[in-house]
Ligand binder design. Structure first.
Ligand code: SF4
Length: 228
């Protein structure tokens, strides 16, 4: 029997794992920007997807495996940035704050924040930087409880229980595909599934918590700030 096609998440992780150590070390460059720019979020720190513990739903439709974020150079940069954080989190924090120049930084624009990134996040805040961030990892949320928690129709009951008990409603987000019901818990924001390879936002029923950028009602997150 033919093997099923790997999920979008698995395709991107395979790309991350295809780099040689020397390719990664060549990309550990402090003279190049650490942040990425994009039209919706402004600036983001993009991390590798090897950090993720995806649900079956987010693995299948992963936005970070689509479009420009999945270009080889962007993927290599995310792998190199992870190493730069491990080597010198203080330098990364200073660079992030300098490059952001007062703009709020989306963590992580791709991939996942790890519990071990707590030092980096706290350092950025200590230096006066602003961040806004999502996680799907309970251990990351336990380390950094101000993060928003993303759930979807594949979120296991144990994580739903954690969210219900430990995550305030204004820190909960729900990814919704066209045939999914509304979020199983009260949430602050619903993200209709979108992306170059999963362009289905219009097929997702509207809901009062829909992200206004996903519905083309605002030009970017800075004009909304619900997730900040
Ligand atoms: S709800 Fe607002 S802040 Fe959150 S992702 Fe959408 S536009 Fe950005």
């Amino acid at each position: 029997m033919k093997n099923p096609k790997p999920s979008l998440h698995a395709q991107r992780v395979a790309k991350e794992q295809s780099f040689t150590e020397s390719e990664i070390q060549d990309r550990v460059r402090w003279d190049l920007p650490i942040l990425a720019q994009n039209s919706k979020c402004s600036v983001s720190l993009d991390l590798p997807l090897i950090n993720c513990r995806p649900t079956a739903v987010c693995a299948a439709v992963c936005y970070a495996a689509q479009g420009r974020q999945a270009y080889r150079q962007a993927v290599l940069k995310s792998v190199a940035i992870q190493q730069m954080i491990e080597k010198d989190p203080d330098r990364v924090a200073h660079t992030v704050v300098d490059e952001a120049a007062g703009r709020a930084v989306r963590l992580a624009g791709s991939g996942e924040v790890l519990p071990s990134h707590r030092y980096l996040v706290e350092k950025i805040h200590e230096l006066g930087g602003q961040t806004w961030e999502f996680t799907r990892r309970v251990d990351t949320h336990e380390a950094l409880p101000h993060l928003m928690f993303s759930l979807d129709a594949g979120t296991p009951p144990s994580a739903l229980e954690y969210i219900e008990q430990s995550v305030p409603v204004n820190r909960r987000a729900y990814l919704r595909r066209p045939n999914d019901p509304p979020a199983p818990l009260e949430v602050a924001v619903t993200f209709p599934l979108h992306g170059p390879r999963t362009p289905h936002a219009k097929a997702v029923p509207t809901h009062p918590t829909d992200c206004p950028a996903s519905r083309d009602e605002v030009s970017g997150c800075w004009a909304c700030r619900r997730c900040y």
